[in-house]
Write a protein that binds this ligand. Sequence first.
Ligand code: PLP
Length: 386
Amino acid sequence: MTFDSVFFDNASTTKIMPEIAEELVCFNNDYYFNPSALYYHLHRMSEQNKPTLENMRQSILKCLGGDNGKLIFTGSATEASNLAIFGSVKKNTRKILVSMGEHPSVYNSALELKNRGFDVEFVNLDKTGKVDIDDFEKKMTEDVDFVSIMHVSNETGAINDIARLVSIVKDVNPKAIFHCDGVQAFGKINVNVDDLGVDMYTISAHKIYGSKGVGALYVKNKVSLKPIIFGGGQESGLRSGTENLIGIYTLYRASQIVTKNLDENYNKILNLKNLFLQKLAKTNLKYALHSFEDNSPYIVSASFEKCRAETLLNMLGDYDNIYVGNGSACSSKKMGNRVLESMGVSKSDIEGNLRISFGLYNTPEEVEYLVQKLSERVNMYLTNAR
Ligand code: PLP
């Protein structure tokens, strides 16, 4: 069986759900007004069931379990996390704690704070890719005022126990702010920001079948946040700039759909992951897995012995139209991998590391095709390398 193209890089992005794309035509005709203009609010806010900006905001908050907070729409998850970090760190912030596993949107923001003279500590990961609890407890001292730890790793699918980490933080310093990057968690595993206890939580539309260029930051009531973008004062003054209404519509609808189908989708993806691992185990390939059973099934990190991931990735793309990732597609990858290094993965394993991430439009047939081609290409690579 052959395929036109097979996409196994769903952690980097997803396509807009066809049903949402269809609805967009109607939405665009009816709701092209500037959402911050007075006439729009007077006219639309009174119509209860219409997807006005405020109704969409409330609906997404409900999907997040965010009864005790607000939602700020941004131009990406990267921007949402930047708002969380640079909007809450103040001159008198004493210490900042982030993990070595963070996506560059958080990790590089932390490095920037360090460059600006702030005291920033990085918490190590354990062998399974989760935040090392012992190291976290050691570094979570009473002078830590801001913490940012991701929910699900975009590299390995490791799930951090956010509720436990929040409770450690608040026990030591009840005033410390806890931000969580939930981009690879929301819509894939159970998320309830109230139960997690976080102060802020970042989400992105294009990881859950909405459009690119839309993110949002959940902010718990009473968290004091300053804007990082100035202008017309939209989004409660926290993110100036006319809201991307079309993009927000895709986030709103995608949030509704993925939240409603969470268990069904999870089981479907788990079956694809298990099929992948079973089929892979039957090949003659030598590989190491850096994703474990209690991870999110949406992401598998695997290293192929004596291979260079970049070459494999190109072979699969060029010859077989199969698209897989090698780590975070949001960053132009330099050699090495900070996340895997922090887990203690060897340099040669890092070189041969691929990220396979499953999505709702993948089928078991595509998974079988992936393993068949992966096996052929790795064997071809090793023969040519001899
Ligand atoms: N955080 C995580 C965990 C991600 O995986 C990504 C994208 O790969 C982002 C943040 C950035 O999302 P966006 O593209 O919306 O800025």
